[in-house]
Write a protein that binds this ligand. Structure first.
Ligand code: ZN
Ligand code: ZN
Length: 426
């Protein structure tokens, strides 16, 4: 599909109201499963203006659950575009550091954090790339104090989707707005397990399943994984003392939460110097407003030494040149082909969904929390174990119903983990 849509030139079609039952279901999941918001706990929520109906439902549910104070920060597509169209040049090196310092302070004081996803994934695709880059850099630098407690998992936090017309029209550009919206709403309903009789119980069972899978992999202590599929024959060494994670986990404030809804992956930290072979993407990668198609990469001693794509190859190579770690792996994740996100068959142009559609690898930064004792390790200790360091973290999909995955022990013995995209042991 093309993302060169007329959306940026025409006024937004009238908003479409989501089914109130879907919004209530998402609000309930956000508060009780995603965040597991505690009585008396404050909440800092961010939302695109297009997701305000869900933000309102969440606010009500949070207060019913005993929230202290709910504070919501709203971004708006037309206000964002107004900046790129009309702001003076030096505006693009500015970011609200005072705001992010305040957010950091709220987390220090015990607040939880919720982000709603629903924005147009290609909002800035037509804007001046240099300005977008400067604004992103300024924002990333200013955001650091507010990101640290999230990345270090100090507090319970979550990301949850909201069906919006902005997003739906990018996914289904050839359909009438109402149909596009309904398709996205239905995909969210299913992948969030809101189509099940008791969604909270469904998430408890799903989390238990992911935890069991992690425990199996953590007990096996594989030295590397071997991926085989058409166009793929890749060995991914795992970091020393790597630790598999997935589903719900306990933040350092003691609260068990689900940072992502939906989530289907179990993931860990690969060894930045022990990745060899070639690999072919099974889905296009949407990166900063560009679609990168049919990626093929070859790795030697951990580094991507060749990278090709039938479309967006320049953007791909730029991305890999970001810094030393950008051409090495920071994540490897296993997702069965039967996952509800994969079964939807859609490309969502948002990592929250797309990374849960297939087994994947990520270029760039590793998660220290996927190393034993990770939260307490220094940067040097993380890299001594093989953990990668980079400014980027970009996931891309390599799994399909034609992929086999084996776990390899140091002595070369092999265990079949996945066949034709599904787990071998139930
Ligand atoms: Zn992942
Ligand atoms: Zn990732």
């Amino acid at each position: 599909m093309t993302h060169d849509s007329a959306l940026t030139h025409t006024p937004l079609a009238t908003q479409i109201a989501a089914d109130p039952a879907l919004l209530d279901g998402l609000a309930h999941l956000a508060v009780h499963v995603g965040l597991n918001l505690q009585a008396g706990q404050d909440l800092v929520m961010t939302t695109p203006s297009s997701a305000m109906p869900l933000a309102r439902a969440i606010t009500a549910e949070a207060y019913r659950a005993g929230a202290g104070l709910v504070t919501t920060l709203v971004s708006d597509r037309d206000m964002t575009l107004a900046r790129f169209r009309h702001a003076r040049d030096d505006s693009f090196d500015k970011a609200p550091d005072w705001l992010y310092e305040g957010m950091a302070k709220a987390y220090e004081n015990g607040a939880a954090r919720l982000a709603l996803v629903g924005e147009d994934p290609f909002l800035l695709a037509q804007e001046d790339a240099a300005k977008v880059g400067r604004a992103n850099r300024a924002n990333a630098a200013a955001y650091r104090p507010a990101l640290a407690p999230i990345a270090g998992f100090h507090i319970n936090w979550s990301i949850i989707p909201c069906p919006t017309l902005d997003w739906a029209q990018r996914m289904f550009p050839d359909q009438p707005p109402q149909d596009a919206f309904e398709q996205l709403a239905q995909a969210i309903r299913k992948t969030a397990r809101l189509d099940q009789a008791d969604p909270v119980a469904a998430w408890t069972a799903h989390n238990a399943e992911l935890a069991r899978r992690c425990q199996m992999l953590n007990t096996a202590r594989f030295d590397s994984l071997h991926f085989q599929a058409p166009g793929t024959d890749l060995h991914v060494g795992l970091a020393d003392g790597h630790f598999w994670q997935g589903g719900a986990s306990v933040a350092r404030n003691g609260v068990r939460c689900n940072p992502n809804i939906p989530t289907e992956e179990v993931f860990t930290t690969p060894h930045a110097a022990r990745v060899d072979g070639y690999v072919r993407a099974t889905k296009p990668l949407s990166h900063q407003g560009t679609l990168i198609d049919e990626i093929e990469m070859r790795f030697e001693a951990g580094r991507a030494v060749e990278a090709r794509a039938t479309r967006g190859g320049d953007v791909l190579r730029d991305m890999l040149a970001t810094d030393d770690g950008a051409a090495r792996l920071g994540e490897v994740a296993l997702v069965p082909h039967s996952s509800p996100v994969a079964q939807s068959g859609h490309l969502f142009f948002n990592t929250l969904f797309d990374e849960n559609a297939a087994s994947h690898i990520a270029m760039g930064q590793c998660y220290a929390s996927c190393l034993e004792g990770g939260d307490t390790l220094s940067k040097d200790e993380v890299s001594a174990r093989g953990g990668n360091d980079s400014l980027i973290h970009v996931d891309w999909m390599i799994g399909s119903d034609r992929m086999d995955v084996d776990g390899l022990h140091v002595d070369g013995s092999r265990v079949a983990l996945m066949r034709a995209g599904e787990w071998v042991t139930p």
